[in-house]
Design a protein around this ligand. Structure first.
Ligand code: FES
Ligand code: FES
Length: 164
């Protein structure tokens, strides 16, 4: 039995101990916003937050996340509420086209804001280098993340959803 808290809800899942967190999220929790790209830890499309840290969920057994807090793209804004500030910044800077990479990049960006990562372009490009995008050429993505990291409003309170 695997116990997780996913987007604030407790879930208990019967699954093979070798099941990845990515498969649990997509196939057991039906949270398909976390994308399956390479499945070999290269593309970052599967990035989620585990206890607030950005992790590629294809590279983590669900069992390793026992009793941990998992946040996926579905958990950062309510369906009928306003977009999350990182989603707004991506939209304003035209940081997405097909959108396949976008959930992973947004979760990575939220983690960078929480970590108060450096906001210069070179550092941001390095920090995002584990998340691949085949469409945009990265310019809008980097602009959006630099702007968020420089914004005095980009605080942990703002970027971490409160599911309590
Ligand atoms: S699907 Fe996990 S890194 Fe590509
Ligand atoms: S927007 Fe298409 S892969 Fe990034």
């Amino acid at each position: 039995m695997i116990r997780l808290t996913v987007n604030g809800k407790q879930v208990e899942i019967q699954a093979d101990p070798m099941t990845s967190l990515l498969d649990v999220l997509r196939e057991h929790c039906h949270l398909t916003g976390t994308h399956q790209g390479c499945d070999t830890v290269q593309c970052g499309a599967c990035t989620v937050l585990i206890d607030g840290r950005a992790v590629k969920s294809c590279n983590r057994l669900a069992l390793q996340c026992q009793d941990m807090q998992i946040t996926t793209i579905e958990g950062i804004a309510s369906q009928d509420g306003p977009l999350h500030p990182v989603q707004i910044a991506f939209s304003q800077h035209h940081a997405l086209q097909c959108g396949f990479c976008t959930p992973g990049l947004i979760m990575r960006s939220i983690a960078l804001i929480q970590e108060r990562a450096p906001s210069d372009e070179e550092s941001v490009r390095a920090a995002l280098s584990g998340n691949l995008c085949r469409c945009t050429g990265y310019e809008g993505i980097v602009r959006a993340v630099c702007e968020l990291l420089r914004s005095p409003k980009a605080t942990t309170d703002q970027v971490l959803p409160d599911h309590s």
